[in-house]
Ligand binder design. Structure first.
Ligand SMILES: [Zn+2]
Length: 287
């Protein structure tokens, strides 16, 4: 099942603005719901899997190398409240519609009474209270922000290479660039990157988020290196530019307020690999 078969308006992704990036809850309205069969769900399981479409959400949709947010939705149906544990949010980039996949939760009292909250009770327009799992969001935002700090550290070390891929999952995050580093220079660059990353954390540099026209975004992001980003890759007229550790780039993820927020969990650069014209800088926490 894809989002494409559901004809609803684009979802307002609250975290795209600077203030919205730090909102952990919001009220929204139901646009559409679907009960879905998921392989692996026991037939007699109480936990019904559902797809929920809202007019707005605080939950980050998986993408741009950053994992999905998880959280909860409490849907007021009038007669009852249906609670949904959200497991994954995905975004259909062609329509701008976010899909929340989750499981309907049963309260203990309801289960004992034989009463089941049902997604069938939910109507279009019902009010929904959406809440992010804040602890999970915090560590994912730190992980993602640390990836930006790697970009800035690369620039500080004089290695401005075009970024090609980012992986901000907790099981081994890294950032990749197109280019080559001579074998004899790699150890020295890794040592310099580790130092530059920690300097940027110590400098406690504030994160900025702005939505700019493509030409302004071009001027801001490609000032340091020509064609570092190709703005033609973006469909919309405006591009969200996030500046972390003084280094601006187009980004759709969630971030912490300042590089100083990466200190507590000791984020840092952990490795450097070069292969087939790709430079991979690995990073992590507990450095
Ligand atoms: Zn970002």
């Amino acid at each position: 099942m894809t989002n494409a078969c559901v004809d609803v308006s684009p979802t307002e992704m609250i975290y795209m603005t600077y203030d919205g990036n730090f909102e952990m809850r919001c009220d929204a309205k139901i646009l559409h719901t679907q009960a879905v069969e998921v392989e692996g769900d026991a037939a007699d399981s109480d936990a019904q899997t559902v797809h929920v479409y809202l007019d707005r959400t605080v939950l980050h949709a998986q993408g741009g190398g950053q994992p999905t947010d998880i959280g909860t939705m409490k849907i007021e149906t009038g007669a009852s409240t249906v609670a949904v544990q959200v497991e994954k949010v995905t975004m259909d980039r062609s329509t701008g519609v976010a899909l929340h996949r989750g499981k309907v939760m049963q309260s203990t009292a309801e289960a004992e009474d034989g009463v089941h909250a049902s997604i069938d009770d939910v109507k279009v327009g019902d009010k929904v209270h959406v809440e992010v799992d804040a602890d999970n969001r915090q560590i994912l935002s730190e992980c993602h922000t640390a990836g930006h700090v790697v970009d800035s550290a690369m620039a500080r070390c004089g290695s401005v290479l075009p970024p090609s891929k980012a992986y901000h999952f907790l099981d081994g995050p890294y950032v990749e660039y197109k280019g080559k580093i001579p074998a004899e220079e790699r150890n020295a660059l890794l040592a310099k990157l580790k130092v530059a990353f920690q300097e940027l954390v110590e400098e406690d540099i504030c994160t900025k988020i702005a939505v700019l026209s493509k030409s302004d975004a071009e001027a801001v992001c490609n000032r340091v290196a020509e064609n570092y980003f190709n703005m033609e890759d973006f469909d919309d007229d405006n591009v969200r530019i996030v500046t972390v550790a003084g280094w601006p780039c187009p980004c759709g993820g969630t971030h912490v307020r300042s590089t100083g927020n990466l200190k507590e969990r000791k984020w840092g650069v952990t490795g450097l690999k070069c292969k087939k014209g790709v430079v991979r800088v690995k990073y992590g926490k507990d450095c």
